[in-house]
Design a protein. Structure first.
Length: 225
């Protein structure tokens, strides 16, 4: 009986020590941060939508580190110093390159811009309130010449995190009559749950038929009163 008791105590102490050792592992102290860019400007995306991946060779348990993009195209990851492969994942609003891997040497706080080629971009966007309607004016630009437009949409929401998934109103442009490179307008009537607010958030998105994700303009705050 004493032998069993000693065995149980010894096993418990071993587990406690193992737990302490696990808790004492050093946390990553370096940060890799950056932007997904086109022509030097950050690409607007759906918050936590498109992803990047980080890989580090030379370890037995080799697996990817997911890196989610914020809606302004920025990203950040806590890492140990070392050499990493930064990979652009598929189903994003940009063209998949023949080589989608960039080598990044992380040492302390490291910053990197990751260039991409969007299928389409949006420029010269403006938003105007008239009565209970918001009108957006903008230009759709084709970057990948073989790309076809699927949707162009105006989004209105209560939150700065406004996009295809999180929004109170979505209004579609007539893609059939839209002319790439020329000014286009979309109007949307404020729904009842937005009319009495002091302000709403607005942005425009364009989606290629080659992707499930939209390229977005920066979110703008529109005063209603």
């Amino acid at each position: 009986m004493k032998l069993k008791l000693i065995t149980i105590i010894t096993a418990g102490a071993a587990l406690l020590l193992a737990g302490c050792e696990y808790d004492n592992f050093e946390a990553p102290e370096s940060t890799l941060s950056g932007r997904v860019v086109y022509e030097g400007k950050a690409v607007g995306v759906r918050n936590n939508g498109p992803q990047l991946e980080l890989w580090q060779d030379g370890y037995p348990l080799r697996s990817s580190i997911p890196v989610y993009l914020k809606q302004d195209g920025t990203f950040s990851a806590s890492l140990f110093d070392g050499r990493y492969k930064l990979v652009r994942r598929g189903d994003s609003p940009w063209l998949q390159q023949a080589t989608d891997t960039v080598i990044v040497n992380v040492s302390g706080n490291t910053n990197v811009d990751l260039p991409v080629t969007p299928y389409f971009t949006l420029t010269n966007e403006t938003f105007q309130k008239s009565g209970n309607a918001i009108t957006a004016r903008f230009v759709v630009n084709r970057v990948v010449q073989t790309a076809a437009i699927d949707f162009v949409r105006l989004y209105l929401g209560k939150s700065v995190l406004t996009d295809q998934v999180q929004r109170e109103l979505v209004a579609d442009a007539n893609v059939g009559t839209l002319v790439v490179g020329q000014e286009t307008a979309i109007s949307g009537d404020l729904p009842d749950n937005l009319k009495n607010l002091d302000f709403v958030f607005a942005r425009i998105g364009v989606k290629s038929k080659s992707s499930g994700e939209y390229f977005y303009t920066p979110v703008q705050k529109i005063a209603l009163k």
